[in-house]
Design a protein around this ligand. Structure first.
Ligand code: HSE
Length: 297
């Protein structure tokens, strides 16, 4: 018995929601085949597309799967094959796609004994392996779909947020790799009250904008005063890309996850494509290689 699943790429943080907000992309992701086996344990049989470890304990899908098996009374095991289309270190949830895809598929094959919240907890073990911190802002949208808010980590509390119909994302990936673990080390661990006020004003505004389908409010709220001023220095052409996106009609933009990808949100696919064209021209003119995607959220 086997299942083939699409494992979506995700944009974590979405500017003002560091470690709590994330969204899943409809059109960008990996494909994974998971199969039940009589032999206990998890075996990763094949990974195409990227050079990643096959050893179960070194692979995020393996580690997440082991966390699920530990809580399950199933006596057999699973084999996993991954068509890895999301580049590791690109900032669109490469590790989250693998760890959440694996546990989601296993849960289906076992007849859904676990809730989505439990699946997120298993998948977070993969994130811990990848970045040393078990953050949930990529795995939660990968499992629930759409936008999710991690209302609390302890106890884990995840809230699904509705996605307005016309919301599209444009994501550009300059061809450099930034490890999440490295880009977390450079962050400040303390905030001033003034910065906190600006940040939670925007986070509340963004959530309200999503509920009310108020695209202008969504755009106004896409600001990050905590992480972006520090991390954007690592990303070539960041200011040019974001100002060009805005001129091309984007609602707003920011760093995708821990970077280096930059995302923009737009109302409608036509605008999202115009934003892609503007981003394309910016990187072309400064001589940076890139991948670019437009996707429904
Ligand atoms: N919230 C995490 C970070 C996401 O920004 O470090 C990593 O993809």
């Amino acid at each position: 018995e086997e299942i083939k699943v699409f494992c979506p790429a995700t944009i974590a943080n979405v500017s003002c929601g560091f470690d709590v907000l994330g969204l899943a992309l409809d059109a960008v992701g990996d494909v994974m085949i998971v199969r039940k086996t009589a032999k206990k344990g998890i075996k990763i049989t094949n990974i195409i597309g990227q050079d990643l470890p096959l050893a179960t304990e070194k692979n995020v899908a393996g580690v997440a799967g082991l966390a699920l098996l530990e809580k399950s009374d199933y006596s057999g095991g699973f084999e996993i094959e991954i068509d890895k289309r999301i580049k590791p270190g690109s900032g669109i949830g490469s590790s989250a796609a693998s760890s959440s895809g694996a546990v989601w598929a296993m849960n289906e094959l076992l007849g859904q004994p676990f809730s989505n919240l439990e699946l997120v907890q298993f998948a977070m073990q993969g994130e811990k392996l990848a970045s040393q911190v078990a953050h949930a802002d990529n795995v939660a949208p990968a499992i629930y779909g759409g936008f999710t808010l991690v209302r609390s980590y302890n106890p884990l509390d995840i809230v699904s947020i509705p996605t307005p119909d016309e919301l599209f994302a444009t994501v550009i990936h300059p061809q450099i790799e930034i490890k999440t673990s490295d880009s977390r080390k450079i962050l400040k661990t303390k905030l001033t009250l003034e910065t906190g006020i600006r940040q939670w004003g925007n986070l509340g505004g963004l959530i309200a904008g999503l509920f009310q389908e108020d695209y202008e409010l969504i755009g106004r709220s896409l600001e990050d005063h905590v992480v972006e001023p520090i991390r954007s220095i690592l990303i070539p052409g960041f200011d040019d890309i974001t100002s060009g996106a805005k001129q091309a009609g984007a609602l707003g933009s920011g760093i995708s996850g821990s970077g280096p990808s930059i995302f923009a949100l737009s109302q409608g696919e036509v605008t999202a494509e115009k934003v892609a064209e503007a981003m394309h021209q910016t990187y072309k003119s400064i001589g940076i290689d890139f991948d670019i995607h437009v996707s429904k959220v």
